[in-house]
Design a protein around this ligand. Structure first.
Ligand SMILES: O=C(O)CCC(=O)C(=O)O
Length: 269
């Protein structure tokens, strides 16, 4: 019997401590570049070389042009989910032995700011918290933000307000009436803001869904290719609110019911 080598390394105790204290962490040289090349090839086959040739996905906003990946079904890519699930479990750091579920995954090319684009997604990412948009009943969820090429701030990479995950739930960005979240919640200004991240190929960042983050626009003349994987604690349940990320009816779900394993597979036991 042969065992496929994981395309991801394990996270260190220092990385776990950084994530839990600051609400985000950069995992350097975390993914095998060959895996990233495979994902980029599939992404371009679906979205085009310009990251903008896909039909609209239904989530229209300036941050990026979103498109479902469906890559857990792709045998060449599936091994990445085990690596991400194991990392997510360590970062979550639950005392009870709680597994990790794949909640969502999608391509998120930020389109060039200087070009007229077909889909939305060529603007800055306003500072926001993710948690409230996911309609889950507990914290622990996170986003693994996986750049498919090396990028720096000019591509529109994220900054994080460090420690903001400890401030609680700060509302949906649509409730700020066009204001910046730091105006609505001035306590955010007392916390350190990280520099926009520079990623070498293979580096990823992971942020807690309560951590406030944002990004500039993409000043390159090509898309900023990112692939986003969102793990949740396996015991998280739908809270009954209208979700952006899944269709409860399609999965036969009820408020406070479990996420079914068929649609939301366990990626770490
Ligand atoms: O890719 C971006 O610019 C924003 C990503 C984001 O908001 C997120 O991962 O929650």
């Amino acid at each position: 019997m042969t065992t496929a080598l994981s395309p991801c390394r394990t996270v260190t105790p220092e990385e776990v401590a950084h994530y839990q204290e600051k609400g985000w962490v950069q995992l350097k040289r975390f993914v095998d570049p060959d895996m990233l090349a495979t994902i980029l090839k599939v992404a371009k086959s679906v979205m085009g070389e310009d990251g903008d040739s896909n039909p609209p996905y239904g989530i229209d906003q300036p941050y990026f042009n979103a498109m479902l990946g469906g890559l857990h079904a792709n045998e060449d890519v599936r091994p990445i989910f085990g690596g991400l699930g194991t990392a997510a479990k360590a970062l979550m750091g639950r005392k009870a032995d709680t597994g990790v579920r794949l909640f969502n995954e999608f391509y998120a090319p930020k389109l060039p700011a200087a070009k007229k684009t077909r889909n939305q997604g060529n603007g800055p990412t306003s500072f926001h918290q993710d948690f409230i948009t996911f309609a889950v009943d507990r914290s622990g969820g996170m986003t693994c933000w996986i750049p498919l090429e090396a990028y720096g701030p000019e591509a529109g990479t994220m900054s994080f307000i460090e420690g903001s995950h400890k401030l609680g739930i700060l509302g949906n960005y649509t409730s700020y009436d066009g204001k910046d979240i730091r105006e609505v919640w001035p306590e955010l200004n007392d916390l350190p803001l990280s520099d926009p991240v520079t990623y070498e190929l293979g580096d990823i960042t992971v942020h807690d869904h309560r951590t406030v983050h944002g990004a500039g626009s993409n000043q390159l003349d090509r898309p900023r290719w990112a692939y986003l994987v969102l793990p949740q604690p396996a015991d998280a349940r739908w809270n009954g609110a209208p979700p952006e990320a899944f269709d409860p009816a399609a999965h036969g779900m009820v408020p406070y019911g479990k996420f079914p394993d068929e649609g939301f597979p366990i990626i770490a036991p």
